[in-house]
Design a protein. Structure first.
Length: 248
């Protein structure tokens, strides 16, 4: 499914946060968004699935197009957020069992068939690389899991509602190297079936996992393109300075 922004601009009150964002995210591909803190990365991510409009003072102009249709013209916001799932920086374990965490969204959207629910639970935990670790304790509270496990559980919960786009905001920022590798391996596998957009402060992570990379500063797109090219031969001085550690 193609996702792109057209002349997207975002404000909070009178403060401009995003300025004239024109991007196209390739289908079944991993795109990394990088840039200094406060440059608008998370704002852009939340705008892509209409989560940002929950915050007071938000307004926008422009369009976000999914498969040729403007998501901001859709009256049923839940439909948009189901198609474009968002994983937050801090992993969320709902105060439910491991199994019911996975099935929370599925039940919300009306699935009641017990056999189907069991199938979805197992399939999504396997997709998230978590099934072998939790299959014998599905009824236990999800909050007893480790941080890395909760992050993968959050991914399983989003996968359960069958999204077309997966957005992740710094999914490995609080994880150890082993958990980080598991998440990155998972993203590589999921890219065969989903379009993935990843916000990261970790330049090495962008180089490891992303097919394409977007560099932002001050709410604007400075440069975007194939990851290897952007890191090895950046076209803009600001990009060179950032990846060389001269500006943060």
């Amino acid at each position: 499914m193609s996702l792109k922004t057209e002349n997207l601009q975002v404000w909070f009150g009178n403060q401009s946060i995003l300025n004239c964002i024109n991007l196209e995210f390739p289908n079944k591909n991993i795109s990394a968004i990088m840039g200094p803190s406060g440059c608008g990365k998370t704002t852009l991510l939340k705008t892509l699935n209409r989560t940002l409009e929950l915050e007071p003072g938000y307004r926008y102009t422009g369009r976000v197009m999914l498969s040729g249709k403007n998501i901001y013209a859709e009256k049923n916001v839940a439909t948009v957020r189901r198609r474009i799932g968002l994983i937050f920086q801090t992993p969320v374990a709902l105060p439910l069992s491991i199994k019911e965490n996975v099935l929370f969204g599925v039940r919300y959207y009306g699935e009641r068939n017990k056999a189907k629910l069991e199938e979805i639970n197992e399939q999504c935990l396997k997709q998230a690389g978590l099934w072998k670790e939790v299959k014998d304790r599905l009824a236990q509270p999800a909050r007893e899991l480790s941080g890395g496990q909760i992050q993968r559980l959050s991914i399983a919960r989003v996968l359960a509602v069958n999204p077309e786009i997966l957005l992740l905001d710094e999914p490995c920022s609080n994880l150890d190297p082993s958990s980080t590798k598991m998440i990155e391996d998972l993203l590589h596998a999921l890219a065969n079936q989903l379009t993935i957009i990843l916000v990261t402060h970790n330049l090495f992570q962008a180089k490891r996992v992303a097919h394409n990379t977007i560099f932002m500063m001050d709410g604007q797109i400075i440069e975007s393109g194939e990851t290897k090219r952007l890191f090895n031969h950046p076209e803009k001085q600001q990009t060179y300075d950032f990846i060389s550690g001269l500006t943060w």
